[in-house]
Design a protein around this ligand. Structure first.
Ligand SMILES: Cc1cc2nc3c(=O)[nH]c(=O)nc-3n(C[C@H](O)[C@H](O)[C@H](O)COP(=O)(O)OP(=O)(O)OC[C@H]3O[C@@H](n4cnc5c(N)ncnc54)[C@H](O)[C@@H]3O)c2cc1C
Length: 448
């Protein structure tokens, strides 16, 4: 009999793992999820509300794919696990046995015990059910005269953009003094503050939610701000103050947890034959300078791919490579490669260039002693991932990166206009004489 691999969670990590186990073996595979029947792209949820696509379009695999690839799907919530008998217990009282178990249950929106956080009209923006609630309580600006978003991160700003697309007046309550300033340096954070207010969102910085107030039917009617006592009437409250691993059901299981499910570099838990991947996995020890929990799409995919190898008897260590991330803040695209912390560390030096329109910038981070390039933030400009992956691996200098900006760029028009300006500014500030080189993509990458 083939081994039975049970995967809890049909997000990017669970499904990638299932697909790669199938590529490499004939094992019996079951994927469980309480959220939806089929895998969908969570990052595209906002575009469903904005009318750019239908929900079906967020599902990259046709319905026949699962049967053809012998991946059994179970639409149920798991309530507990018995690791002694190797059984999964469902909320409906049924059970399922496994030989190997993969926990890939993702995240859930944080709630910090605010009074009123469970009222009707209060929602996170994570699961498909959240999107349905937003559609129900904020279909248009007649039903929803104002929305309040609590928590300024990547999901909060997406929700602001969603509501803006339906002209729903929105107040955005952000605890920090500037948007996402624990991650973004001052210049970039200020640029996004401006982008938010330019899009007519009522951005309230440095303020906290005190409570959410109810009407006589148990539906939200307003919120109160802690610092000022101001009451803001609203029909929808979006809670977007970060996410946490979705692992409550593991409490009595004996599987070691911290904030997430504790795993080693092979994504193995403390219990043999049980693994965790994706948003819910917490590395026992952080890898390099990365966080022990990384709630991003591509790392979930990488973990799924890596673990499939191990499950198919080729034990492979998880190696995420150089950090990168991307997002969109209304109309400003953001990419980061390597490390650009909100505050430079002692050995780091910075170079910041911002276009006069206030909607484009680059921020370079490098070692002030060795000049080794450490990372870049790009806002409003797209640069090539492969280029930065290579210069980080090869430990190139900041001067090298500036000389080869033409190789880094995606957008020849942009660089015709600005690359000279960028290099001149660097030379002026640092007393250097860096000269731009012509595009030499082939020369750089033929060696790779
Ligand atoms: C609005 C939004 C925008 C985002 N944008 C980006 C982006 O631009 N770039 C980026 O890198 N990342 C983005 N992310 C984060 C990214 O979507 C996640 O990192 C990724 O989806 C996590 O994948 P996962 O497979 O670990 O978990 P999930 O996608 O959360 O899948 C886990 C599944 O398991 C199910 N589940 C949980 N518990 C149980 C249980 N007990 N029983 C049964 N089923 C259960 C859940 O319902 C869910 O379906 C975004 C997230 C959101 C919400």
């Amino acid at each position: 009999m083939e081994e039975h691999i049970v995967i809890i969670g049909n997000g990017i990590s669970g499904i990638t793992c299932a697909r790669h186990i199938r590529k490499n073996s004939n094992k019996r595979i079951t994927v469980i999820s309480g959220e939806t029947d089929h895998f969908f792209s969570r990052t595209a949820l906002m575009y469903v509300y904005m009318g750019h696509m239908k929900f079906e379009h967020t599902q990259p695999y046709e319905k026949w794919f699962w049967e053809k690839n012998r991946i059994d799907l179970v639409r149920k919530y798991v309530s507990s696990i018995n690791t002694d008998t190797s059984e999964v217990f469902f909320e409906d009282g049924n059970t399922l046995s496994y030989d190997k178990l993969v926990i890939a249950t993702g995240s859930k929106p944080n709630k910090f015990g605010w009074p009123g956080q469970d009222l009707d009209g209060v929602t996170g923006m994570y699961h498909k059910q959240d999107l349905e609630k937003i559609e129900q309580y904020a279909p248009d600006n007649k039903t929803c005269k104002r929305a309040v978003i609590v928590g300024g991160g990547l999901i909060g700003i997406e929700l602001a953009e969603m509501l803006h697309s339906r002209n729903i007046p929105t107040t955005f309550l952000v605890r920090e003094d500037s948007f996402w300033d624990a991650v973004l340096p001052k210049g970039e954070s200020a640029m996004i503050n401006r982008e938010i207010t330019d899009n007519h969102v009522d951005l309230r910085l440095g303020l906290n939610l005190k409570e959410i107030n109810t009407d006589e039917n148990g539906k939200v009617k307003s919120i109160t701000i802690a610092e000022t006592g101001e009451e803001i009437a609203c029909d929808l409250v979006g809670l977007t103050a970060g996410v946490a691993p979705n692992i409550n059901f593991l409490k009595e299981s004996g599987i070691e947890t911290g904030r997430g499910v504790k795993v080693n570099r092979y994504l193995e838990t403390n219990i043999p034959n049980i693994y965790a991947i994706g948003d819910c996995a917490e590395q026992n020890e952080a890898i390099d300078q990365r966080r022990p929990i990384e709630a991003v799409w591509y790392t979930g995919r990488m973990m799924g791919e890596t673990l499939a190898q191990t499950i198919c008897d080729n034990r492979v260590m998880y190696k995420p490579g150089h950090w990168f991330n991307s997002a969109k803040f209304f109309d400003i695209e953001y990419q980061t490669y390597g490390w650009v912390w909100a505050q430079p560390k002692d050995h780091e030096a910075r170079f910041y260039w911002e276009h006069e329109d206030g909607k484009k910038c680059i921020h370079l981070n490098y070692n002030k002693n060795t000049l080794e390039f450490l990372g870049i933030n790009n806002f409003g400009i797209r640069m090539r991932h492969e280029f930065f992956d290579k210069v980080l691996t090869d430990k190139k200098s900041v001067e090298y990166v500036l000389e080869h900006l033409a190789d880094a760029n995606f957008d020849p028009e942009f660089y015709k206009l600005h690359e000279k300006d960028i290099v001149e500014k660097f030379n002026l500030e640092n007393g250097t004489n860096i000269q731009l080189k012509k595009k030499s993509w082939k020369r750089i990458f033929s060696k790779a």
